[in-house]
Design a protein around this ligand. Structure first.
Ligand code: CP3
Length: 354
């Protein structure tokens, strides 16, 4: 494999010294970019982009052509796993994801297969190896999956939800059924992420987008326990390099100490916690990724620079910080403002790494 030309993202995750703070953006390949919208129109729809390795590669690289980002992230979706378990994923324009089949009873859950990463999700593995080849060592490639709890909410609700009515009712009415579902998802996600690592992903992130909707006790039992299980089953070294693991629980700021004990290398932070305080709480155990409020990108470049400067100052000197947004970039953002954000991180962070 080609040697990495820019490895500061991997180095920061492992708390090795870096020249400047590395930066990438969750959802960096997406609708705020006109070239993404053009590719999607060419492919027909979102799932056709994901399922065709050449298209997935094309859109993965688009933000890297525009900005000096320090990592690429596989273009795919977390819901490919439930789709491979037979639920039939589709996207209604403007409506978000939907499943043809939902999971309501213990019998439904017992019947769910554990997908084979190569056979059932081969298109994702092909996308990973295609992107690695095309990146040609420019920056590392991040693989990803959803957390079992986050995937379970979509499978039980049949799509997105504001209140998680059905999934939480199952959690409290029939905890054994929910545990079986989460256990099957943990097995599926472990195999899926290991497949991505073997295909060339150089770091992996678990998106626990809805962990923060749970009570403190339910979070431990129904979300964190299964992420810990996945982390303990992951390939942690490949091709002579460590493969760092990032856990991102949106809304998990109150539970950082226990998340830091789950065995991952880094924690993703949303914008509701102060990164300096987070560093004091868990920075001896893990690196931190985050955490600018994505809506700051609606403000002018001056205000964006000020926010970047505040977050860098709060984290302070030394490695162990990967700059990111606290959640995904939104479709309405001006691409020029994303550029101002990335430039500000590199320019203003050098003094913290002397
Ligand atoms: O970060 C990246 O650039 C990689 C691509 C990526 C996508 N989805 C592409 C996508 C990643 C990492 C995801 C993860 C994902 N998908 C999550 C977890 C992250 C988070 O935001 O909390 C979740 C919950 C999903 C499920 C999902 N996929 C939803 C709810 C939606 C609709 C939301 C919307 O913005 O309309 C999607 C669709 C989706 N996934 C899009 C993209 C670029 C938009 C599809 C389009 O082009 O219309």
């Amino acid at each position: 494999m080609t040697a990495l030309k820019n490895d500061r993202f991997l180095r920061a995750l492992l708390k090795q010294p870096v020249d400047v703070t590395p930066v990438w953006m969750m959802r960096q390949a997406g609708r705020y970019l006109p070239e993404y919208r053009a590719s999607r129109a060419k492919a027909g729809d979102f799932m056709s982009l994901c399922m065709n390795p050449a298209f997935a590669c094309e859109v993965t690289l688009q933000p890297l052509e525009r900005y000096p980002l320090d990592a690429a992230i596989l273009f795919s979706d977390i819901l490919t796993v439930p789709d491979a378990m037979g639920l039939g994923l589709y996207f209604e324009t403007g409506e978000g994801p939907r499943f043809r089949k939902t999971v309501t009873t213990l019998a439904d859950i017992e019947a769910l297969p554990i997908p084979d990463a190569q056979k059932d999700l081969g298109y994702v593995m092909d996308a990973v190896s295609t992107i690695r080849r095309e990146l040609n060592g420019r920056v590392p490639l991040i693989g990803f999956a959803g957390s079992p709890w986050t995937l379970a909410t979509y499978m039980v609700e049949g799509g997105s939800s504001k209140d998680f009515r059905k999934s939480k009712a199952m959690l409290y009415d029939n905890p054994q059924a929910m545990h079986l579902l989460l256990d099957k998802l943990a097995q599926s996600v472990t195999a899926y992420l290991n497949g991505q690592i073997l295909a060339g992903a150089q770091a992996v992130q678990i998106f626990d987008s809805w962990g923060g909707s749970l009570s403190a006790a339910a979070y431990q039992e129904f979300s964190l326990a299964y992420m810990r299980k996945i982390v303990s089953g992951l390939i942690r070294e490949h091709d002579g390099r460590k493969v760092p693991v990032i856990l991102f629980t949106k809304g998990g700021g109150m539970w950082l100490e226990s998340i830091a004990d789950a065995g991952a290398d880094a924690l993703g932070l949303d914008w509701t916690c102060d990164i300096g305080e987070a560093r004091r709480r868990v920075g001896s155990k893990v690196a931190l990724q985050g955490n600018m409020d994505p809506t700051v990108l609606y403000a002018n470049p001056q205000a964006i620079r000020q926010e970047v400067s505040n977050i860098l100052a709060s984290y302070g000197s030394g490695t162990g910080h990967v700059f990111n947004l606290g959640h995904g970039i939104t479709p309405e953002v001006d691409p020029a403002n994303a550029g101002a954000f990335i430039e500000a991180v590199h320019e203003m962070s050098a003094k913290y790494h002397q």
